[in-house]
Design a protein around this ligand. Structure first.
Ligand code: NAD
Length: 422
């Protein structure tokens, strides 16, 4: 097995290069990435009739069917979309594993501009793509998609949550989970839950940023807030007495805690020297541009809380729809993010970055499962038929029209690019 740290580094390198649009990987590189990433399955699908291009990455179904949102975005290339899917699906596996959910991790990406597409055509095609995976992957809304899109997906497959009639907007549960993670990190750092003397700088005043600001305001914290959308900043300033900060300044302000609630990749070579906070904990996915940036934060005394742990409230809330949990049960589980984080912080001690310990916990859970459960064990009987509930993900079901980049070629035959061999 390739050491996880190397895998992360390699993927992150590729994503960074893609993001800067200076590099286009060749096919060999893609194969190498699939192998080193150890994803179970990565499938792409195109349909010229509906002008659809999509990719689904399934990192793991060891603990149950892979669950992950469908994101629509204008990627520079299909490869860039694939790299994003790989990173995000791995984080979903870790998220479910640490939250104790019977799910694996996956992610779907549709390459396109969500403001100009024919939504019914695109999302019905997407639904057929998901259906071809026969329950190995269950999706929901994500960046650029909403419950109406999921209703179109539902016309073609049952393997979708986040419907208009379902658990609703995941943001309140996500924000509550971030708040609990912030409390745990504060008590670990300062031995006090009192936030009245703390200054908290929130990047992003959207759905999760706004709700987090509300909870922090109620807890008496002083708030500095920023968004590229002036109207969203104004809402938080007016409603919670926050002070507005320019978007280009928020990462360098003097504060105690930074919750990134906007974008991924905000912790990077350029921003780390600017940071003046003691804790980074927020809702954004993939906050570290590369894993080494988490190590660097640790080295300079900044506690970085793994994003997939802090923002797990959304998927936990989704269990109301997927597993028929009551709202109370879901909220109770989100509440416990506090305990999970505290045990990780205690295990990490001062020597190891907590995100490394969290990665190890999650990886161990994936490896330790004794027998692969029925993929859909425990799934809501309200949403899934008996046939679907009995589905077992043992043999890949390969639809003729997909272009499947399979999974686990013999990695010994592929030269490994080590961390020291850039
Ligand atoms: P959102 O779109 O409602 O809010 C994001 C906000 O960030 C927007 O208001 C946007 O204008 C702002 N923004 C963008 N670039 C910025 C910049 N450079 N500086 C400051 N603000 C900027 O999204 P959300 O639902 O609040 O999600 C925020 C993050 O959390 C995303 O990364 C998302 O993937 C992640 N997340 C969200 C949920 C959820 O339940 N909503 C769950 C898990 C993870």
């Amino acid at each position: 097995m390739v050491p996880a740290g190397r895998v992360h580094y390699f993927l992150d390198q590729r994503v960074r290069k893609e993001n800067s649009m200076k590099n286009k990987p060749d096919t060999n590189s893609l194969c190498q990435i699939y192998a080193e990433a150890e994803h179970e399955k990565v499938v792409s699908w195109s349909d010229p009739v509906s002008d659809y291009r999509g990719v689904i990455a399934i990192h793991s179904t060891a603990l149950g069917p892979a669950v992950g949102g469908t994101r629509i975005w204008k990627y520079a290339s299909d490869e860039a979309a694939t790299f994003d899917a790989l990173r995000l699906s791995r984080a979903m596996s870790y998220k479910s594993a640490l939250a104790g959910l019977p799910f694996g991790g996956g992610k779907a990406i549709i390459v396109g501009n969500d403001s100009v597409i024919d939504r019914e055509k695109i999302f019905r095609t997407h639904g057929r793509f998901i259906d071809s995976l026969a329950g190995r992957f269950i999706t929901a809304q994500d960046v650029g998609t909403d419950p109406d899109d999921m209703e179109y997906v539902r016309m073609e497959t049952p393997y979708v949550a986040g419907l208009r009639t379902g658990a609703g907007d995941p943001s309140p549960m996500t924000a509550y989970g971030v708040f609990r993670a912030l409390q745990a990190s504060a008590i670990h750092r300062w031995h006090s839950l009192d936030l009245t003397k703390r200054t908290i700088a929130i990047q992003g005043c959207g759905k999760t940023g706004y709700l987090l600001a509300k909870m922090l305001y109620e807890a008496g914290a002083k708030l500095l807030v920023s968004d590229i959308d002036a109207a969203k900043v104004k809402n938080v300033v007016d409603d919670f007495g926050a002070t507005a900060v320019a978007p280009e300044q928020i990462l360098g302000v003097q504060a105690d805690i930074l919750p990134p609630c906007a974008l991924g990749g905000v912790i990077n070579d350029e921003t780390i020297p600017e940071l003046k906070v003691k804790i980074v904990v927020g809702s954004a996915n993939n906050q570290l541009l590369e894993d080494r940036h988490g190590d660097e934060l640790h080295d300079i005394g900044i506690m970085y809380v793994p994003d997939y742990l802090a923002n797990a409230g959304g998927i936990i809330g989704g269990c109301q729809e997927l597993l028929d949990w009551s709202r109370q049960e879901a909220k109770q589980r989100v509440h416990r993010i506090y305990d999970t984080l505290l045990s990780i912080l205690e295990s990490a001690g001062s020597g190891t970055p907590p995100f490394r310990v969290a990665n190890q916990f999650a990886e161990r859970k994936l490896l330790d499962h004794k027998a692969r459960p029925t993929a859909s064990e425990g799934l809501s009987k309200k949403y899934f038929s008996n046939d679907q509930l009995n589905y077992r993900p043992t043999v890949p079901n390969q639809p003729a029209s997909t272009n499947e980049h399979l999974t686990r070629p013999d990695i010994r035959s592929i030269p490994f690019k080590s961390r020291d061999n850039k």
